[in-house]
Design a protein around this ligand. Sequence first.
Ligand code: NDP
Length: 277
Amino acid sequence: MDNVTLANGVEMPILGFGVFQIPPDETERAVTDALAAGYRHIDTAEAYRNEAAVGRAIAASGIPRDELFVTTKVWISHAGEAATLEACRRSLERLGLDHVDLYLVHQPFGDYYGAWRAMESLLGDGLVRAIGVSNFYPDRLVDLHQHVDVKPMVNQIETHPFFQRADDQAEMSALGVAHESWGGFAEGRNDIFTNVVLSAIADAHGKSVAQVILRWLIQRGIVSIPKSVHPERMAENFDVFDFTLTDDEMARIGTLDTGASVFFDHRTAAAARRLNG
Ligand code: NDP
């Protein structure tokens, strides 16, 4: 497994397993299957309501804690310094862990400056090994970066072939912020799994479209956390370290960029209203 080294030296596996939209009663089985498939990096959030199930799967696996990388996130309703400290304590309790490897501010809304001060103290107390943000466009990221002591180490943002985020990545790279992709498969939107460009490249390597997408992200140095409830797909998505895309193939995938989200734009009033609601 390749790692990305975060600004404070913490090593983050470049490929992990995401559990968004896996119902709590299916999550323990899914994470157990993912760990059996070889994943050692799990991405959850308090908002996903499945942290306890993630924790049960981790406990039952018997895998040494220091071989795992676990991320969780604080939701907007717990922004603010005191609320975030409490939210982290509760997340750790649900996960059954004494620390997480990465704690993220889930959304750039509410008092996320207060949340950030809490994250800095959680880091100092060893309850989290690294801290970062999610869904921050460059304007918010630069602003936060300029006003805090400990700089964000990761930004987890929508990134897939239809929304490639090259400019965001350049900005993050200049700030020393690692780029993590969510929705790497665009959750299947725009017929991504049968896209002609991706399918042709997949055929050339005897790989699947999903594997080509993950390989493209990895070759850009982007951390990915594909989600699947199917063990055979978990295995497929993990089997991406035995081939390399050529510069020409990377450029052909580059032509698929639309420069826009396939979900919604966090910078709109509608998004601010909906997420704060
Ligand atoms: P993804 O882009 O990972 O897509 C998941 C979908 O792809 C599911 O429908 C899954 O179906 C399908 N799929 C997975 N593997 C394959 C395959 N090999 N072939 C065909 N279909 C496949 O979506 P997510 O939104 O789940 O993003 C990944 C993770 O990112 C999340 O789980 C979460 O951890 C994180 N995330 C973070 C957000 C944030 O705001 N910070 C927002 C959204 C996600 P099936 O399960 O049936 O196999």
